[in-house]
Every structure is written in C-alpha cells, then in structure tokens.
Design a protein around this ligand. Structure first.
Ligand code: SF4
Ligand code: FES
Length: 210
C-alpha cells in the first residue's frame, strides 16, 4: 500500500501519510469505526462517524500524518506557534510553519529529537525502540512575555540541530510555558546535556542527518 493514501467520504477526503505517523494510536482509539487497526487493505472509513467528530480527531493528530479536504472548512494554524517537548519523545509542533523553505501541508508535525528516526526530521516512533529518555522538564525563563503571531521557519542544519526562526513558544512536557522566543536551535541528535537546546554534542557523537 502506498505511503500516501487518500480516502473519499461523502463530505470529506481524509489524507494519510504513513511516513509522518508516529503511531501514538489516538485515531484508532478515538474513532475505531473510522480508523480500523490491523486492516489488511483500506483502513480509513470516513463515513463511519459524524464528520465534525472526524475533523476534530484529525486536527488533534499530533504528527500531521492525518489531514483533510472539506469544501466548507479548512484547518487553521493556531494564533501562536507552539513547540512542546514531549516526555521521552519528539518535539510536537503546532504552528504556521515552513520546513526547509516548504510550506507545511498541515500546521501539525512531530519532529525527532532522539536522533534515531529513519524518517528525519520527522518522528517515526523510533524513540521507543531506542529507549530515549528525557523527562521534558524545562526551567521556565520568560513565561510571561507576550506571544506574537507570524511565520515560523524551521530548518534542519546538516548533521546538527533544528534551527527555528520566527515567533514560537516552547512548552515543557506538562504543558507549561517555558520560553517565549524568536529563534532557537533545538537538539535532534538526542545527545545534548542542555535539552531541548543544542549544545554541539552532535559533533562528538558524529550525528548524521541532512
Ligand atoms: S500520529 Fe496521527 S495518524 Fe498516527 S496513530 Fe497518531 S493520531 Fe493516528
Ligand atoms: S543536535 Fe543534538 S546537541 Fe546539537
């Protein structure tokens, strides 16, 4: 089956990109009649639930693996860009963003921060197998600063961190605001001692990623 799939319903077309899925299972747990786990063939049945419930579920898929086309409705980027440092897991992006200069097809993405993903820069759930451990606890530095709207440009630096340019707020794993920033360099090799920031440890572990 193709990695990029689309399923047409009466009112909505559901798109699924298998390479972006981090296998958190939210879809199959929340709407099991629509998202059929372990199906051998087509596994998404868009008409098996109320369309508003389906839209709400798709917009909560953290990785952006799910998105939709619907005539009268389009998913909006949030007012403020957020980056959440997940416990033992990826960076969850919810933002108006570009990745390496390309406008994202969804305002949602999960980006690898353990270094083990085989689908860099996206999370592919390799952190589980790799035993990546980081609590995602951050010391708040300026949580009360006003947030600003605008485009967030995310770039992957070769063999190094994610470079973020543009307004964004970094949340810790508990959902508390840690930092309101305009630029940051976030580790994606998993070796930093200053999580979530890059501390140049990527060089000492010979991290390789485009
Ligand atoms: S990342 Fe999205 S598509 Fe993948 S299991 Fe989770 S909710 Fe479903
Ligand atoms: S990317 Fe991990 S320390 Fe720089």
């Amino acid at each position: 089956m193709s990695k990029k799939q689309q399923y047409k319903g009466k009112e909505i077309v559901v798109h699924f990109d298998a390479e972006r899925c981090m296998h958190a299972g939210l879809c199959v747990r929340t709407l099991p009649k629509v998202f059929e786990s372990n199906a051998e063939g087509p596994w998404i049945h868009p008409d098996a639930a109320d369309v508003d419930a389906l839209v709400a579920l798709i917009e909560s898929c953290p990785s952006g693996a799910l998105r939709y086309d619907k005539e009268s409705q389009r998913e909006q980027a949030p007012q403020y860009n957020s980056v959440t440092v997940e416990k033992d897991g990826p960076l969850t992006i919810h933002a108006n963003f570009t990745l390496n200069g390309v406008k994202a097809d969804s305002p949602r993405a999960t980006l690898c921060r353990c270094g083990a993903s085989k689908n860099q820069p996206y999370c592919d759930d390799s952190h589980s197998e790799a035993g990546f451990s980081d609590a995602g606890e951050l010391v708040a530095s300026n949580p009360d600063d006003p947030q600003e709207s605008g485009l967030l440009e995310i770039k992957t630096l070769k063999n190094g961190p994610l470079y973020l340019l543009g307004p964004h707020t970094i949340y810790d794993a508990s959902g508390a605001v840690a930092r309101v920033c305009k630029k940051s360099a976030l580790c994606r090799c998993g070796a930093t001692q200053m999580s979530p920031n890059c501390d140049a440890s990527h060089a000492s572990i010979d991290f390789k990623a485009d």
